[in-house]
Design a protein around this ligand. Sequence first.
Ligand SMILES: *[C@@H]1O[C@H](CO)[C@@H](O)[C@H](O)[C@H]1NC(C)=O
Ligand SMILES: *[C@@H]1O[C@H](CO)[C@@H](O)[C@H](O)[C@H]1NC(C)=O
Length: 371
Amino acid sequence: MATTMVLQSYYIHVVIIFMVAMSTGFKGTEAAPRAFFVFGDSLVDNGNNNYLATTARADAPPYGIDYPTRRPTGRFSNGLNIPDFISRELGAESTLPYLSPELNGQRLLVGANFASAGIGILNDTGIQFVNIIRIYRQLEYFEEYQQRVSGLIGAEGTRRLVNGALVLITLGGNDFVNNYYLVPFSARSRQYPLPNYVKYLISEYKKILRRLYDLGARRVLVTGTGPLGCVPAELAQRSVNGECSPELMRAASLFNPQLVQMIQQLNGEIGSNIFVGANTRQMSINFVNNPQAYGFVTSKVACCGQGPYNGLGLCTVASNLCPNRDQYAFWDPFHPSERANSIIVQQIMSGNTEYMYPMNLSTILALDSKN
Ligand SMILES: *[C@@H]1O[C@H](CO)[C@@H](O)[C@H](O)[C@H]1NC(C)=O
Ligand SMILES: *[C@@H]1O[C@H](CO)[C@@H](O)[C@H](O)[C@H]1NC(C)=O
């Protein structure tokens, strides 16, 4: 009893000191931006693969040519990527890659990026890249992260940080491009017809999202695949006259609606709108079909690459490089340019329910700021 009293009065003292400090001391200090955690593949990796022995990397020029430092960072972009633009909307600095040695101390409170280029929903996706951080490993790192943060702000503080955070997860594209369709007669394509494969992916994705919830995530943006069949790499390999690859278009058009259904179902089971679907395929199709309306000169030819549509091989110093990256929807054979990324994030912020289901990020931010 006595101990409790002492503890309580100590607590009250701390609260009073804190309130006095708030009202007098550091004037104008707003609440710290909410933390941000990122999981997934190369669309959202901001440099974890730099620390790994893998060929799936973006740590050499001309990657990063339009980044503020003009240097490659590991982002698969000429400049900023989707998570960077989301961080800006949160009023936060960009998250560091989880494997970065600079991610320590107070910087941990900003959040972390666990994504790794080449990975997919399935453990056997991207095996040709050897050493990448598969999704279950990313989730283990998230647990490890929480232990580290507990050392700074305690278990309760960590729980609040994680529950209050925004989470982004981007998976699925590689399960088609770097698995099912990687080679003709791939093991997965012999095992499943496409519709059954998509069902299997969705059921595995659901387990991953459940796990994220169990680890404390309470606001999760889940992106679908991009317009897989229309990226310069697929135009170069599969297209006859520059039209999008029908098989990959079909894959994306099966996957994305089922993803939204699964999200609805999962939110129903949990009893809360934890997961929010971002229809990045629809967002990208708009500028793929009508690049001029978005100020692009082309959505077929990559800025950096070689061969038809600059869609073959990797983007390296030896590749063709366009002078103005803002005029290209695709930076390299697979990845959107910085400007395309910013358009995608604008739609994540303010899109209607055709793009963001059940709500857009501005609604999320408004709702959560009231809690
Ligand atoms: C993938 O690997 C994780 C952990 O290594 C395991 O828990 C999970 O069941 C595996 N998924 C499948 C579909 O085998
Ligand atoms: C964001 O979503 C809300 C709710 O669906 C909607 O009212 C609002 O118009 C959307 N924002 C914009 C800019 O469209």
